[in-house]
Design a protein. Structure first.
Length: 99
């Protein structure tokens, strides 16, 4: 859901869904956090990026290594293509799982 909202440029809705997920006791995984960070960065949402990065410290065992990976591995157009592919795959799998 979060990925679908981000693809539709519905950042506020994506963040609300993210907060609801955490409030329900669901732990965000690396995939969710990576997509949030990368798309929020691209949208210029620096405060939200920092908020999600702080969550990485809480939810991930190897947060430092993960953040280094997110900050350095994918650059430029390739990151956009990869993120959109992951978002599409996530939306497809979410829809399929709800059947």
């Amino acid at each position: 859901m979060i990925g679908a909202y981000l693809r539709a440029d519905m950042i506020e809705k994506a963040m609300q869904t993210y907060e609801k997920m955490k409030a329900a006791g669901r732990t965000p995984n690396e995939f969710t956090l990576m997509i949030l960070i990368r798309i929020l960065e691209k949208a210029g949402e620096r405060d939200l990026v920092e908020f999600v990065k702080r969550d990485c410290l809480e939810y991930l065992d190897s947060a430092k290594k993960f953040l280094e990976h997110v900050n350095g591995k994918f650059v430029g157009i390739h990151s956009s293509i990869i993120i959109l592919a992951f978002c599409s795959l996530y939306a497809y799998l979410s829809a399929w799982a709800s059947l």
